[in-house]
Design a protein around this ligand. Structure first.
Ligand code: NAD
Length: 253
């Protein structure tokens, strides 16, 4: 299993859900992985799982909104593993609210984590990857970055922002001759702690989400991790500024 052998990756939000599955899969396919998250205990568990399977990983506490944390995380990757080739900007939060019910404070919190966090992660990754001679950056958007939902005003805006920011960064890197690719991933509903939290209050909430997907079920974290692995590997070397939609048919309707 060597689709990303010799590469060094950082995955944010890797203590849970999609980020955890991605960190484990990248390590299984040969990458050395920096597991970055706010949650220390769960983050260390991801590292322990990787090591138990014979992989290499370390944990760093990172708040994606804090520039100093990014400096520290990228330095750690370079000092410990020598370089940075892959950055997966995955950390994010859900937030339910319409344009009327969302306060400015909540709006700004969502943009700060979901959009500013991706901006900072991309910015610091580009700097490191220029030194490494190239790389691949993968930013987690959503189906909610492609279509509107009246109950997700702030989340829609943050994920739409990730989608177009990714294209801007991809074009900048390509036109600068950096050999750094930047792509976005757009999952449908995936059964992770985020979605478990969204559905815990109503018995039929999970089924309502299932019904939105023509394939008739929710996705699993690995469904997204395999797409991220493809974008991280050289198999996708002609892709940049692209949108990889993995949504059980949600946006095909
Ligand atoms: P999750 O809530 O299960 O896990 C998110 C992780 O991010 C957690 O470990 C959390 O501690 C971490 N995190 C949150 N804020 C952080 C911060 N400021 N700094 C560092 N880490 C932080 O979420 P998930 O469902 O695995 O989602 C991962 C990404 O995929 C998110 O960006 C989400 O918006 C996106 N996404 C998820 C779904 C889905 O259905 N689950 C669908 C589309 C897009």
């Amino acid at each position: 299993m060597t689709r990303v052998a010799g590469k060094v990756a950082i995955v944010t939000g890797a203590a849970n859900g999609i980020g955890k599955a991605t960190a484990i899969l990248l390590a299984k396919e040969g990458a050395r992985v920096v597991v970055a998250d706010l949650q220390e205990e769960a983050g260390h568990n991801t590292v322990a799982e990787i090591k138990a399977a014979g992989g290499e990983a370390l944990f760093v506490k990172l708040n994606v909104t804090q520039e100093a944390d990014w400096q520290n995380a990228v330095n750690l990757a370079e000092q410990t593993f020598g370089k940075l080739d892959i950055a997966v900007n995955n950390a994010g939060i859900a937030y339910n609210g319409t344009v009327e019910s969302t306060s400015l404070e909540d709006w700004q919190r969502v943009q700060s984590i979901n959009l500013n966090g991706v901006f900072l992660g991309t910015k610091y990754a580009v700097e490191a990857m220029k030194k490494a001679g190239g790389g691949s950056i993968i930013n987690l958007s959503s189906i909610e970055g492609l279509v509107g939902d009246p109950t997700l005003a702030a989340y829609n805006a943050s994920k739409g922002g990730v989608r177009l920011f990714t294209k801007s960064a991809a074009l900048h890197c390509a036109k600068s001759g950096y050999r750094i690719r930047v792509n976005s991933v757009h999952p449908g509903y995936i059964w992770t702690p985020m979605v478990q939290g969204l559905t815990k209050d109503a018995a039929d909430a999970r089924q309502k989400l299932v019904d939105l997907h023509p394939l008739g079920h929710l996705g699993e974290p690995d469904d997204i991790a395999y797409g991220i692995l493809y974008l991280a590997s050289d198999e996708s070397k002609f892709m940049t500024g692209s949108e990889l939609v993995i949504d059980g048919g949600y946006t095909a309707q």
